[in-house]
Design a binder for this molecule. Structure first.
Ligand code: F58
Length: 807
């Protein structure tokens, strides 16, 4: 079943198809075609090959009246698609050959595609991996989100300081989408609710139109394709001709500008007040459009809405679409005459909610007055939901409290299941944020540990390792990743270890070339590549990594003849534009990096590299080339992490805390194969109770004290000596994320890593062991778990006797 199919077309025919698109879709003659023209033609030729499996999947779902999954997410962090689609269709080699025959370089054309960066980080990337797995498993599904005009901002460094500029992925045509100008829904805002003949009637003030754009998402070997439907906002009427004719051009285009604002930008941050109303409107906009769309589809198939939960599973990716609860109740009550209790139970039968964070500032709450002004009907419906919840559970957990609407509580109460994203996180969800609701609804909280798609995160991004695996255990692993366990039998085979090392060397050379070409930075590929790439956040503790870097710099300078293991410390990641401390940390990494990299005493032994504008495509180059994966968050704070899985799969051992899915990675690879350090979640909670814990930790560590003094006194900011005084004082006085308490343990463990890395063969064995043992983290396993425990849906991929069970 999983052996690579023969490609659907030959290189010759595919070249003809590219040329045909160049002519008829791009209007260009080959001698005059630009890189953009070639890229678009290649994409369109590939897209042609997705259409048949896509139609076939839709047809089969309609015929079988299969239950569909609707994955509602504010974010889909997709990245590039050419290689992804080519690999899933087994067309990567054919595409390369075809372009070559046309005088073009495949890699160059692939690299011309802008990343679709419709997400901030892990949550958005998870949604993209889930779409890939839903298609691979043949589960009928729609992803629903927003077609942002501007994705995640671009990051530049100006003298080490993060500067943001607007991202413009849609400036050039997006090759993969199909516009659906006929699929439009009105989205209503504001106004008031009147009681008319005993019924609540909403008289909205503002209407915006949600208009659909569909991207097919093809699974492994092209067996199935689902749809990612993204909504763009349009005005409900075209520009105001009357104003225009009066010469008032600004007034004439005002409705259009207002409407389009809704799908204009992805929010990089939800911490500021400015824009709160817009964010609430974005959330309602895409949620309402998606629910109207799925109800219309259900009714068009002749369904009775009472049986909606038998045909529809709606997953809320965090609380951002939590308005789905009251919105579905509104649709059922106001448009389809349901009684309130039936409406609530029917909606709840469809809805499930994934929690991605315990951080209180990230759990959404809306000021009640704002909420009631923007969504007056939903404000009332939430009161009905609250009353029903009291009647049912007898619990006084409020959704609206102290003038705020709490979206976490709303999502919980309206969901039949709530899931955390790693074993540890799900337990903490039960014990902390939703402890009371867990008591009231025992069994509602379940765990589904995150996963990653092995097609993008191994097969496509790491050809040398892919080839080695194929040669060693065969080709059945990309959709059955536990098969990687077969590599265990080869860990003591010197020829296998040699080839594993050769694959890593190739990837490190590729990264070195990439850094040189892009940034003019030279690195030594023989050094250990020690990588921390993720959003910049205090809890992720990039600052602790930097402190350790400075401490190591000191040690090397103090003892220049020591047997040091050469390291390149690579950082990557963006800070939310309004997150001041995170931006200071970025600047400090760059400032310290400049001093360390310029020091002849440590040259060749320690280097800091921070390429700007980290994104999915950069991760695809960095991860296969990594020797050491940094997963060093304060225990109890990282819900799961998914980068940690990508590194391990690509043969990078982890230095990490017992946090999120690190715990499960360590279980899979074996404790002796994981560089563990730091306090546990329980110890973190206890330590915070101790007075002056940070000051004590600093006093007990001369090494740390010295580093902090250097930073405070301006060693890395000689032109502005006090630049980091505030950051250092913060560690002394309110080191909430316990950087100081874990520092020594982290430093010591890094020295254990140094020694282990120096033994090249046993390190490579450790790297290969990681690849062999983390197949469990495939997002196919995660999605099978959702399908079985939460959605109650089945795969539509026939195994001869009908539907196959995905569990
Ligand atoms: C992440 N959350 C978790 N949020 O931090 C990470 O541990 C987990 O692996 C991942 O979800 C997937 O479950 C996350 O990425 C956001 O990006 C927020 C989106 C809304 C604005 C604030 C950030």
């Amino acid at each position: 079943m999983s052996s690579p199919n023969t490609p659907p077309v030959s290189a010759q025919d595919f070249a003809a198809s590219i040329l045909q698109h160049l002519k008829t879709s791009l209007g260009k003659d080959a001698p005059h075609a630009s890189l953009y023209d070639w890229r678009m033609s290649l994409s369109l030729a590939l897209r042609d090959l997705v259409v048949d499996p896509w139609f076939e999947s839709t047809r089969r779902t309609y015929e079988a009246r299969g239950k569909r999954v609707y994955y509602l997410s504010m974010e889909f962090l997709i990245g590039r698609l050419i290689e992804d689609v080519a690999v899933n269709l087994q067309m990567d080699e054919v595409a390369s050959e075809a372009l070559e025959s046309l005088g073009q370089t495949y890699e160059k054309v692939v690299a011309d595609e802008p990343d679709a960066a419709l997400g901030n980080g892990g949550l958005g990337r998870l949604a993209a991996c889930f779409m890939d797995s839903l298609s691979t498993l043949g589960i009928p599904a729609y992803g629903y989100g927003i077609r942002y005009e501007h994705g995640l901002f671009e990051q530049h460094f100006d003298k080490g300081v993060q500067v943001e500029t607007a991202e413009t992925w849609l400036e050039q045509r997006h090759a993969w989408e199909f516009e659906r100008p006929e699929v439009n829904y009105p989205i209503l805002f504001g106004g008031h609710v009147a009681d008319e003949d005993g019924k609540a009637v909403w008289h909205p003030e503002e209407t915006v139109i949600a208009s659909a754009f569909d991207t097919p998402v093809v699974g492994w070997e092209g067996r199935w394709a689902n749809t990612l439907r993204l909504w763009a906002a349009k005005p409900d009427r075209n520009f105001d001709l009357e104003s225009f004719n009066r010469g008032d051009y600004i007034a004439a285009s005002a409705p259009e500008a207002l409407a389009r604002t809704i799908s204009r930008v992805l929010y990089p941050d939800d911490t500021t007040d400015v824009g709160k109303e817009l964010r609430l409107k974005q959330e309602y906009f895409f949620t309402s459009a998606s629910l109207q769309d799925l109800v219309r589809r259900f009714l068009s198939e002749g369904g009775d809405l009472k049986s909606l939960p038998d045909y529809v599973a709606i997953q809320l990716n965090d609380t951002h679409p939590a308005i789905a609860g009251p919105e579905l109740v509104r649709i059922l009550m106001d448009l389809h005459s349901f009684e309130v209790s039936d409406a609530i139970s029917t909606a709840r039968g469809c809805l499930a909610y994934t929690n991605h964070t315990l951080l209180p500032e990230a759990l959404e709450r809306w000021p009640e007055d704002l909420f009631a002004r923007v969504l007056p009907r939903h404000h009332r419906i939430i009161q009905l939901i609250e009353a029903a919840h009291f009647a049912e559970a007898g619990e006084q957990v409020r959704i609206i409290e102290h003038g705020e609407v709490k979206m976490g509580e709303l999502a919980f109460v309206m969901a039949h299941h709530v899931n955390g994203v790693s074993a540890l996180h799900s337990e903490l969800v039960k014990e902390t944020v939703f402890a009371d609701l867990h008591q009231a609804y025992p069994g509602r909280i379940v765990n589904q540990t995150n996963g990653i798609t092995p097609r993008r995160w191994l097969y496509a991004c790491n050809p040398p390792l892919r080839n080695l695996i194929n040669d060693t255990i065969g080709t059945a692993w990309p959709d059955d990743l536990e098969k990687l366990q077969g590599l265990n039998a080869h860990l003591d085979d010197p020829a296998f270890i040699d080839r594993f090392q050769a694959a890593k060397d190739t990837n490190k050379a590729r990264l070195s070339d990439w850094l040189k070409d892009r940034d003019g930075v030279s690195v030594d590929p023989a050094a250990m590549f020690d990588v921390q790439i993720k959003r910049i956040h205090e809890y992720k503790r990039q600052l602790m990594n930097l402190l350790e870097t400075v401490a190591l710099w000191n040690e090397i300078r103090d003892n220049p003849n020591g047997a040091w293991t050469p390291r390149v410390k690579i950082f990557g990641g963006k800070a939310a534009p309004g997150y001041v401390v995170a931006k200071e940390i970025i600047r400090l990494i760059n400032d310290a990096g400049a001093v360390i990299n310029g020091d002849p005493a440590t040259k060749g032994l320690l280097q800091v590299v921070y390429p700007e504008n980290y994104n999915v495509s950069m991760a695809e180059v960095l991860i296969p080339a990594t020797d050491l994966s940094e997963q060093i968050s304060t225990a109890g704070k990282e819900a799961s992490g998914t980068g940690n899985m990508k590194f391990a799969l690509n043969g990078a051992p982890t230095i990490g805390t017992l946090d999120g899915a690190n715990v499960e990675i360590r279980d899979c690879v074996g404790a002796e194969n994981f560089f563990l350090f730091g306090l546990t979640a329980a110890e973190v909670a206890a330590r915070r109770m101790e007075p002056d814990y940070a000051r004590h930790a600093i006093e007990a560590s001369p090494r740390l004290g010295r580093v902090l003094e250097q930073i405070r006194s301006g060693v890395f900011s000689p032109s502005d000596k006090d630049r980091y005084a505030g950051l250092v004082d913060g560690l002394f006085n309110h080191d909430y994320f316990l950087v100081t308490c874990d520092f020594d343990s982290y430093f010591d463990t890094q020295r254990v890593v140094d020694t282990a890395f120096a033994d090249a063969r046993s390190w490579t064995r450790l790297a290969a062991l990681n690849t062999a043992r983390v197949g469990w983290f495939s997002s196919d396993r995660t999605i099978s778990g959702y399908a079985r425990d939460i959605w109650n849906v089945r795969s539509m991929l026939a195994t001869g006797s009908g539907d196959r069970d995905v569990a």
